[in-house]
Each structure stands twice: as structure tokens, then as C-alpha cells.
Design a protein around this ligand. Structure first.
Ligand code: FMN
Length: 438
């Protein structure tokens, strides 16, 4: 019996409790969906963290989750009834699955199993949790945790991509030691990271919801992905840039009303809807296409990882193993055009944002680059951090401004980083009372 915690006898019905903390999110509601994974034991800490920010929390558990942790634990921590079975008597007169979905300002699924990810991606609604997710219009965040082979399984990855394309968000998983005794990617993001992410996202959603067309009339040129510098017709020098950040920026800018041109090197991504897409391969091609579109742009965001060196004398036909060593043993390189510096020199009133992917002295290099290349700010990115940066869906970056100030951002999904970068661009446009070029 938990009388004294809840104000009425749980067998007779529940009085709902609000949060234990206060803050700008006080009175907002988070639904926390708990699935059947070992990491379920970490969820009470996540709930406490959300409640400290003023959120009211309702927990929905899958039946598998109740094998790992009891509903009583969540009832006690959240101070609200816990929902498991869809067809039992409602615990609150106005709370059945649809009403719960409608109450949500945020929906967090933690730990998210391969099973729930697959179900939602396939439109299956066969229990309380999957049905409520399906009926929910609020942002839904999955915090997955599973064995690394499960996480890397192409079916799981395809489900994750599908959900991301549909606007669902993911935080983690991280790399580290897993419950099954192995090491790999599949570990639940830490409770603090999950809470910070949820609070940041909800604050942003609440702040931004009235102004979704804040880039109406602005023309943005985004570059993304790697380039390929050919040694012969089939071999090239390149890098591991996935293009994700640039594509997310292009998508977000489009969503916020901008006219977007995306110039991209080869990636595995689908060009975003509503964006003028130009595919290129080499740094030279990137240079000429950027120069073509630069004059009409108000804002240029250069996320592309253009390869700095290219073979001086690319071979006209494929070099064969049996060819004499002088035709393959030395590849002499020359510098590719410095696109960012060229744009900086002819920038005018435009906003120019560069990216710096470094493995050492990240901030020092960015502080220099922002001045040397005449940029407004540089997104500085330490690509040596495992699990972040190139290829990952998340990143932790610092924004380095012209006045040599540095804004360090927490780990966040590239999708959210895109909006933060656009927010900063907007601030610059506003602060300079920008006269847009005709
Ligand atoms: C001991 C144990 C640990 C498990 N841990 C996980 C896990 O971390 N992640 C996961 O996706 N599935 C895990 N599973 C498998 C899920 O419990 C199983 O797929 C279940 O059907 C998930 O149901 P749900 O998504 O409705 O909660 C585990 C199973 C067992 C027996």
C-alpha cells in the first residue's frame, strides 16, 4: 500500500501528482514508455530528473518491462498510476490510451527495445505503449539500449532511419560495456544526457512553435558530404563524412521556410524534399557549383568535408597490379581550391558559416579559421571522439564566433543541431538588420 504517497487508495483510484520540481516546464506532461531491457533499472533516475524540471510523468510499461522492474517502483517514483494493460479498467476517469497520448507534451521511450522500434516503424499498435505512441502528436524520443549486434542489425538500422525520416528522435545508444559482457554500441545514453536532451527539446518546441516560417524569403546554400579525388577512374581519396549534418540543415531550413540549394558530394542519403539538389563528386566540381549559386545566396553553410589534396596527374585509365611501379608507387598531390576562403573574400553582407572537423587543437584552429577565412562562425567538431561526428546521428560541437567567443553545445542529435545553427544564423541576420541582396 502506498497511501501517504498517493492521496487515495490505489485500489480505489488515484489522485494524480504533479512534479516535484519547478521551472519553465512546470505543469507539462511527459509520458515515459518503458520496454523489456536490462537498462529498465536506470529509468527511475530519468524520471526523477524530468520531475526535477517540473514535468509531470506518467509511465506506460510493456508486459516484458514488468519482468525487469515492477510497476510499483514507477508508481512510487512518478507518484502517478502506471499503465500496462490496455483492456483493464481505466485508472483515472479521463485517462485511457488516447487521453494519455493527448496529454503528452513529450513522449520518451526508454529503454527502447529493437521490438518497439520495429513495431512503431511498421505501424503495429498491439499493446498500451505502441498504441499510445501511435496516437501521440507530441515529439517522441527513443533512447535505445540493446546488444550491439542487435543495434547494428540492418533491419533495426532501417527501422531507425525510417522513424527518423518520419520525425521521431533518437538519443543514443552509446558505445561502452554492455550488460551481455561485450563491448560495443548499444548502451543506454546516461540518464543525465537523456534528461538534458528531453528538457532541451521540450523547451525548444515550446519556444519555437509559433515561428516555424522564420526563414521565409531567405535563400540558403548548404554544402554537404565528402568529395572524391580520383587517382584513376576507379580509385579515389576521400573521407568518412556522411553528409548527415548538412542534409539535416537543408531539411530544417526548408521546413522553416527558406529556399534551399544543397550541393552534396556522394552520400548514402536521400535528397530532402523541396530542396534544389546538386550532386557533385570532386572538389573542383564543388567549387564551380558553389560559385554558380553563391551570388544569389543570403546565407552559406558549408558542412562539406572537401578533400584538401587531389592527385596532380590522375591516370586516364585504371592502373593495373601488373603495371610497372613508377605508374602506381607514388601519387603526387596538389591542393584543392580553398572554397571557404574564396567565399570569405567575396562574402559581402552574406552570413557565412564554416565547419571544422579536427582531431586536435579543435578550438584554437577554429578561432583562427573564423578570422582567416572571414566567416561569421565556425562549427568546431572533434572527430576523434568515438560515437560522435562523422557517420553518427549525434554530435557535440562548439560554435566559435568572429569576436572569438566560444559557445559549447551539449551532445545532441544532428537534427537538433541543425536547428540550433539556424537559430544562430537568424540571430545574426536580425542583429545586423540584414539588407538581403537582390
Ligand atoms: C534478460 C533479457 C534482457 C534483454 N535485454 C534487451 C535489451 O536490452 N534490448 C532489447 O531490445 N531487447 C532485450 N531483450 C529482449 C526483449 O525483452 C524482447 O524483445 C521483448 O519481446 C521486448 O518486448 P517489449 O518491446 O514489448 O518490451 C532482453 C531479453 C531478456 C530475457
Amino acid at each position: 500500500m502506498i497511501r501517504g504517497y498517493d492521496e487515495v487508495d490505489p485500489d480505489q483510484g488515484f489522485a494524480t501528482r504533479t512534479s516535484s520540481g519547478s521551472g519553465p516546464l512546470t505543469g507539462k506532461t511527459a509520458i515515459v514508455g518503458v520496454c523489456g531491457g536490462i537498462a529498465a533499472y536506470k529509468v527511475p533516475e530519468v524520471i526523477r530528473g524530468l520531475m526535477k524540471h517540473g514535468l509531470r510523468v506518467y509511465v506506460i510499461m510493456t508486459r516484458a518491462a514488468t519482468r525487469f522492474i515492477t510497476p510499483l517502483t514507477f508508481r512510487t517514483v512518478s507518484r502517478n498510476p502506471v499503465f500496462v494493460r490496455m483492456f483493464e479498467e481505466p485508472k483515472l476517469w479521463d485517462v485511457e490510451h488516447i487521453a494519455l497520448a493527448e496529454r503528452a507534451d513529450l513522449f520518451l521511450v526508454v529503454p527502447a527495445t529493437a521490438d518497439i522500434i520495429g513495431k512503431v516503424a511498421s505501424g503495429i499498435a498491439d499493446d498500451y505503449l505502441s498504441t499510445t505512441i501511435m496516437a501521440c502528436g507530441a515529439p517522441v524520443i527513443f533512447a535505445p539500449a540493446m546488444n550491439s549486434r542487435m543495434w547494428e542489425n540492418p533491419i533495426v538500422q532501417a527501422n531507425v532511419s525510417r522513424l527518423e525520416d518520419l520525425g521521431y528522435r533518437f538519443i543514443g545508444p552509446e558505445r561502452g560495456e554492455l550488460a551481455c559482457g561485450t563491448e560495443g554500441t548499444g548502451r543506454l545514453a546516461s540518464p543525465e544526457v537523456i534528461v538534458d536532451y528531453c528538457v532541451g527539446l521540450l523547451s525548444k518546441v515550446l519556444r519555437d512553435s509559433p515561428a516555424e516560417s522564420d526563414f521565409e524569403g531567405v535563400r540558403i546554400l548548404v554544402t554537404a558530404g565528402p568529395t572524391r579525388e580520383y587517382i584513376d577512374p576507379v580509385r579515389f581519396i576521400s573521407n568518412a563524412s556522411s553528409g548527415k549534418t548538412g542534409y539535416e540543415i537543408a531539411k530544417a531550413a526548408r521546413r522553416r521556410g527558406a529556399q534551399v540549394v544543397l550541393i552534396s558530394g556522394p552520400t548514402a542519403l536521400r535528397p530532402p524534399e523541396g530542396v534544389e539538389f546538386i550532386g557533385i563528386k570532386t572538389a573542383d566540381e564543388m567549387f564551380s557549383r558553389v560559385m554558380e549559386h553563391f551570388p544569389e545566396a543570403h546565407v552559406v553553410i558549408k558542412t562539406a568535408a572537401v578533400v584538401d589534396f587531389t592527385p596532380e596527374n590522375p591516370r586516364p585509365s585504371k592502373v593495373k597490379k601488373g603495371d610497372p611501379p613508377e605508374s602506381w608507387s607514388v601519387v603526387k598531390l596538389k591542393k584543392t581550391p580553398d572554397i571557404l576562403a574564396s567565399l570569405g573574400a567575396m562574402k559581402g553582407d552574406r552570413i557565412l558559416v564554416g565547419f571544422a572537423a579536427e582531431t586536435e587543437n579543435v578550438i584554437e584552429n577554429a578561432l583562427r579559421k573564423v578570422v582567416d577565412k572571414n566567416l561569421d562562425f565556425v562549427v568546431a567538431n572533434d572527430v576523434s571522439t568515438p560515437g560522435l561526428g562523422f557517420g553518427s546521428d549525434q554530435n557535440a560541437v562548439s560554435l566559435v564566433y568572429r569576436d572569438q567567443t566560444v559557445e559549447t553545445l551539449p551532445v545532441m542529435a544532428k537534427r537538433d543541431l541543425a536547428d540550433v545553427i539556424l537559430d544562430r544564423v537568424k540571430r545574426l541576420l536580425e542583429s545586423r538588420n540584414y539588407d538581403r541582396p537582390e
